[in-house]
Design a protein around this ligand. Structure first.
Ligand code: ZN
Length: 240
């Protein structure tokens, strides 16, 4: 798997690095530190590795590129992946949330291309076109960019943008008069309000990554990271 460059969630969310690195690299770094938690960390990595193998991961190449382009806030993304908004670790709802985050972020939502790999007899090769447009192979990439879904996604982002404006207007620490522009001219929302092509940061956000652009909006109107994190969690239902 390593020779094929297949990456897993654990490769990219490490407590100390919060950065996209190869499995071997992470392991070597942890071992060099002689940290007491090394065993625990490596254990976690191996656990994730096992889970992710089951989930039939595709390459996380686009995420690597987004990391190089500095589009992802890895520190807050790691916190978001860990976050339990259900106040109970055992709820089915929380398991569903986590499964959704992992599958979105690792391109392993059960789209027809993946289902075909796993169940070639149930889903034959000539029936893999997108459920919505019936024109292009249904993949985790196409799922977010299908032209048939664009209007729906545009409207959702317009509503989210407006909701965020209202919420910030009631909670911001600073620059209340700039809130409207902060949102409507951000990479995350501008495309929807101006009817432009979807921005790459939006695809990352929809896949459960916390983008630098989104954090930038919050930073413009809150004084501390703690306030941003707390506020983000409290309003996470909107983003989800
Ligand atoms: Zn389609």
């Amino acid at each position: 798997l390593r020779t094929k460059g297949i990456m897993f969630l654990d490769h990219i969310i490490t407590k100390d690095n919060a950065y996209l690195v190869e499995y071997n690299e992470i392991k070597a770094q942890l071992e060099h530190k002689g940290d007491k938690d090394v065993r625990k960390c490596v254990g976690t990595i191996l656990n994730y590795r096992r889970i992710e193998t089951h989930l039939n991961h595709q390459s996380l190449g686009p995420i690597k590129q987004a990391t190089k382009d500095n589009l992802i806030d890895w520190s807050l993304s790691a916190k978001w992946f860990d976050y339990n908004g259900r106040n109970d670790t055992t709820t089915i709802a929380h398991s569903k949330d986590t499964k959704w985050k992992i599958r979105c972020s690792t391109f392993s939502l059960p789209t027809k291309d993946i289902l075909h790999q796993n169940f070639p007899l149930l889903l034959p090769a000539d029936k893999l076109n997108c459920f919505f447009c019936n024109n292009i192979l249904e993949t985790n990439d196409h799922f977010w960019t299908c032209l048939q879904l664009r209007t729906t996604i545009v409207n959702i982002f317009k509503k989210l943008g407006q909701d965020l404006i209202d919420i910030l207007a009631n909670n911001a620490d600073k620059h209340p008069l700039l809130i409207n522009d902060s949102i409507k001219y951000s990479k995350t929302f501008r495309w929807a309000f101006q009817n432009e092509p979807i921005h790459p940061v939006v695809l990352l956000l929809m896949r459960s990554y916390i983008t630098r652009d989104l954090v930038g909006i919050f930073r413009s109107h809150f004084n501390t990271t703690k306030a941003i994190t707390t506020f983000y969690y409290h309003s996470s239902i909107i983003v989800v």
